[in-house]
Write a protein that binds this ligand. Structure first.
Ligand code: ASP
Ligand code: MG
Length: 418
């Protein structure tokens, strides 16, 4: 008998029919002799709909505390309904809110981190033979205030709870069959990965592969929680996410991801003297702007050029920040560029295999495209290119790294991605 945490996302519980199907699946697992703790998200687009409602009510930014009061109701609806559906199948079940389940968070609204879990109540109910259903995405501060964990946070609830109750596995049920080498909606012959390492998954999640929330992967890695990502629409084996994962012979790249949320800021004609980069990036950090790729070109006549990327919504703010330190730094011009995309290849074996990045550059240039910026880490190479032919680039890279299969990927149900 094993203790399993099963997490179902919004599209898996999108309507009453789907809710019943999830109930069946849980009861089937419990009747196969396992103990099930289930974490659910709000039904379908509930969270988005609630956010839309606030826009009709309040013209500024609504108080963050009240936002959390509102958004946590979505998951409360789900847990109660799922519990009822399980009861009607003759299985005892009990639902808990995040606070009833002992999920404590820091005192931050909208994107709180979990600080502590007191799972006694959950474990007690499990021992009594119940399926326990816990509302994802929510927690409580030490002072008793309700918080949320950030969009997509139910994954984190599931993994953190799995760590706290020492579950044998945390299964993330979603609308695709597992983790794919790239988005199967873009590349029809994307391959489903039997396994992937935590580090690779973390890179892909951070690059925008929305199947798993990055914080959940971080948690799984830190607490060594075995994760399985699988479909709630069929019984196919999913993808195992773990510390070490085998690579198929001859394949070095595990996955390809892309991120359209990229803007480039260029500062031209910067007076060359010590401390210039520090001034620029300290000012950006103080304005809470995350900088991704940074490139400094060579110095000519005592003047240098810098470029860096930020997320699209930070573009204007970044330009303003740079303008505000113009006299302190001394430069000729600051400009910004959008309609860019960052394409990345990820694979733990890259570090020990020569020529992996070279193949990426060659594949992109064979399409007649130029590369604006490059960054590399031990397990990742990213290129910033113009956005016009992204799907073609992804397909070409997928083929170049030997990832194409002849099977068409399974994609079921409406998308859970944002
Ligand atoms: N319902 C929340 C959201 O839509 C949490 C989640 O689905 O994981 O972001
Ligand atoms: Mg999700």
């Amino acid at each position: 008998m094993s203790l399993i945490v099963m997490k179902f996302g919004g599209s898996s519980v999108g309507d009453a029919e789907r809710m019943k199907r999830v109930a069946n699946r849980v009861v089937e697992t419990q009747r196969n002799g396992h103990q099930c703790v289930v974490v659910v998200s709000a039904m379908g687009d509930t969270t988005d709909d609630l956010i839309d409602l606030t826009k009709q009510i309040s013209d500024g930014t609504p108080p963050a505390r009240e936002m959390d009061m509102l958004l946590t109701t979505g998951e409360q609806v789900s847990v109660a309904l799922l519990s009822m559906a399980i009861h009607s199948l003759g299985q005892s079940a009990v639902s808990f809110t995040g606070w009833q389940a002992g999920m404590y968070t820091e005192a931050v609204h909208g994107k709180a981190r979990i600080t502590d879990i007191k799972p006694e109540r959950v474990l007690h109910a499990v021992k009594q033979g119940n399926v326990v259903i816990v509302a994802g995405f929510q927690g409580m501060t030490q002072e008793g205030e309700i918080t949320t964990l950030g969009r997509g946070g139910s994954d984190t609830t599931a993994v953190a709870l799995a760590a706290a109750i020492q579950a044998d596995v945390c299964e993330i049920y979603t609308d695709v069959d597992g983790i794919y080498s790239t988005d199967p909606r873009v590349v029809k012959c994307a391959r489903k990965l039997p396994e992937i390492t935590y580090d690779e998954m973390l890179e892909l999640a951070n690059l925008g592969a929305a199947v798993l929330h990055p914080r959940a992967v971080e948690y799984a890695k830190n607490y060594n929680v075995p994760l399985v990502v699988r479909s709630s629409f069929n019984h196919n084996a999913g993808t195992n996410v773990k510390e070490e994962a085998a690579m198929e012979q001859g394949i070095v790249v595990r996955g390809i991801a892309s991120d359209k949320n990229v803007a480039r800021i260029s500062i031209l004609g910067v007076e060359e003297k010590p401390g210039q980069l520090a001034k620029v990036f300290t000012a950006l950090a103080n304005a809470q702007i995350d900088v991704d790729i940074i490139v400094q070109s060579g110095v000519l006549n005592g003047l240098a050029d810098f470029s860096f990327t930020v997320s699209l919504n930070d573009k204007e703010k970044a330009v303003d920040v740079i303008e505000s330190i113009r006299s302190e730094v001394g430069f000729r011009e600051v400009s910004s560029q959008q309609n860019l995309v960052k394409v990345s290849i990820v694979g733990a074996g890259m570090v020990s295999t020569p020529g992996v990045a070279a193949k990426m550059f060659e594949t992109i240039s064979d399409l007649g495209l130029s590369i604006n910026m490059v960054s590399t880490s031990e397990i990742k190479t990213s290129c910033v290119i113009e956005n016009n032919r992204l799907n073609e680039v992804i397909q070409a890279l997928h083929t170049a790294y030997g990832l194409d299969t002849d099977q068409q990927a399974f994609v079921g149900g409406p998308s859970e991605r944002r």
